[in-house]
Every structure is written in C-alpha cells, then in structure tokens.
Design a protein around this ligand. Structure first.
Ligand SMILES: Nc1ncnc2c1ncn2[C@@H]1O[C@H](COP(=O)(O)OP(=O)(O)O)[C@@H](O)[C@H]1O
Ligand SMILES: [Mg+2]
Length: 253
C-alpha cells in the first residue's frame, strides 16, 4: 500500500521513508503516541495531503496518478463533520443519502438500516444537538458508510469518549468489518488496538517499527516464559529506539 513515504513540515520530517502494507477485509490499527504522524498518514491516504515522495496505492489505485478513483473508493470520518445540529439523526442520514443520489425510498431505508446498526433507534428522531458525544460519533460513522465504501479511515475514533461509548463504538466497528469493510483506524490506546484490530502497526519516529497481530507482537517481544501486554511491547519498542538513538548521539558527540 505504501512504499518510502516521506512527509515533512518545514524542517521537521514527520514520515521518514515509511513502508506499510494493509490487507483487505480486516481491522488495521495504526498505533502511535500523540504527534507521531498518524493523522498525516491518514490524510495522505485519503488524498487530502500530498506526500513529498513515495509510492502509494489505495484499493488498487495509484494515489499520484488516480486520486479521484482513490477518493471514490474510501470514506473518512470527520469528512461529514457537518452533521446538522437542528436536524434529527434520521433526517441527517436521509439528507446525506439523497446528496449521494439515492432515491427517496432507498435513502429512507438506508437511514433506518444504519440507525439500527449503530444503535441509534431510540435517538433517531431526536435533534442531534441533544445527542451525547458517543451518539454523535456513531452518527458520524453511519454517515461515513452510507455509500458502502470498501475502505474506511477512522482517525482516533474513540478519542474523548467515555468507556461505555467507546465500547459501543468498538461494537459497530466490528460490525462494519464483519460486513466486509476494511477499517483503517488510528489510536493512541494500546487497549483499543488489542481489542479491536486484526493487525497492528506501530508508528514511531516516522516509520513502522513493528507490525503483526496483537498476539504476534506480544509473542515477539516477550521474554521466554513471560507474556507481555501490548502496552509493554509498545513501551519496549519505543524505549529501545530512544536508547539506541541516545547512544548514537553520544558517539557522534
Ligand atoms: N499542516 C501542518 N503543518 C505543520 N506541521 C504539521 C501539520 N500537520 C501536522 N504537523 C506536525 O506533524 C507532526 C505529526 O502530526 P500528526 O500527524 O497530527 O500526529 P498524530 O495524528 O499522530 O498525533 C506533529 O509534530 C505536527 O505538529
Ligand atoms: Mg492525529
């Protein structure tokens, strides 16, 4: 999917010759701390930001030569941040479905179906301004999948949600994936990656420093006889690199 992707802002290299392969039909988590470059990478994949260099294909389409096809084959939450507060959840979904050229009846039934999948039946006919953060986030997600995109980007989907809303969101993400949608999400939370993802990639200092199933990552980085949580694996990976960098710097000086 991505080879040798470089992206800098001013003098700062955010993505530094990054390579990444994502299989279709799975939940893929890009894990990294705040400022690691997760949003930058998602924006590049979603054609919103251009890389300085590198080769990228998304859903089989070359990003540089065919950005329009790429854009048509994906969805990104936040893209429709304009859910209208004074409309109800149902009205919002019907309106967006109509904007996507669904006939009136089809728009209504798609909206009803999504309200059901995203557990918004009870709130369907309330105005969005009365929604909680979690409900709003689920509506956002519903809006993003109206057109059944094969690939969905979720940039820190549970950021700021309480544990209950976070769990509900995890459920709907799982449901989307079981419907065949490839989900590419970013997170700072190891637990989220562990619970939700089929494959996790760790982004650190502009590169992918580890990739695998949560179980593989745990197994690869555990001492014989000791099992580690993904949390510990992440710490080990990032600390090891910091230590070796500190050493290199020491040598140079
Ligand atoms: N448009 C921009 N202009 C300048 N710097 C940016 C811009 N977007 C991101 N950055 C910088 O790139 C780095 C990575 O940001 P970001 O991709 O948002 O990280 P993450 O999403 O992992 O928190 C940060 O240091 C951020 O300040
Ligand atoms: Mg971000």
């Amino acid at each position: 999917m991505a080879r040798g992707v470089v992206k800098g802002f001013g003098g700062q290299r955010v993505l530094d010759s990054l390579d990444l392969a994502v299989d279709q039909g799975a939940i893929f988590a890009l894990l990294g701390p705040n400022g690691a470059g997760k949003t930058t990478l998602v924006r590049i994949f979603a054609t919103l930001t251009r890389p300085d260099s590198g080769t990228i294909t998304v859903n089989g389409h070359d990003l540089a030569s065919d950005p329009v096809r790429v854009r048509r084959s994906i969805s990104l939450t936040g893209q429709y941040a304009a859910v209208d507060d004074v409309l109800t959840g149902r009205e919002n979904l019907v309106m967006m479905a109509r904007l996507l050229h669904l006939p009136r009846m089809a728009a209504k039934s798609r909206a009803a179906e999504l309200l059901d999948v995203f557990d918004l039946q009870d709130a369907a006919d309330k105005r969005v301004k009365e929604y909680s953060g979690g409900m709003r986030r689920r509506l956002d997600l519903a809006a993003a999948v109206i057109a059944r995109p094969p690939l969905l980007f979720l940039d820190e989907p549970t950021n700021g949600l309480d544990p209950r809303s976070r769990n509900q969101l995890w459920d709907v993400v799982r449901e989307l994936a079981s419907d065949g949608v490839t989900v590419f999400l970013t997170t700072q939370y190891l637990e989220e990656a562990d619970q939700l993802a089929d494959v996790v990639a760790v982004l650190h200092h502009g590169r992918i420093v580890a990739q695998g199933t949560p179980a593989q990552l745990k197994a690869n980085f555990s001492e014989p006889g000791a099992s580690r949580t993904l949390d510990e694996v992440f710490l080990a990976l990032t600390e090891a690199e910091e230590i070796s960098e500190a050493k290199t710097e020491g040598v140079i000086r």
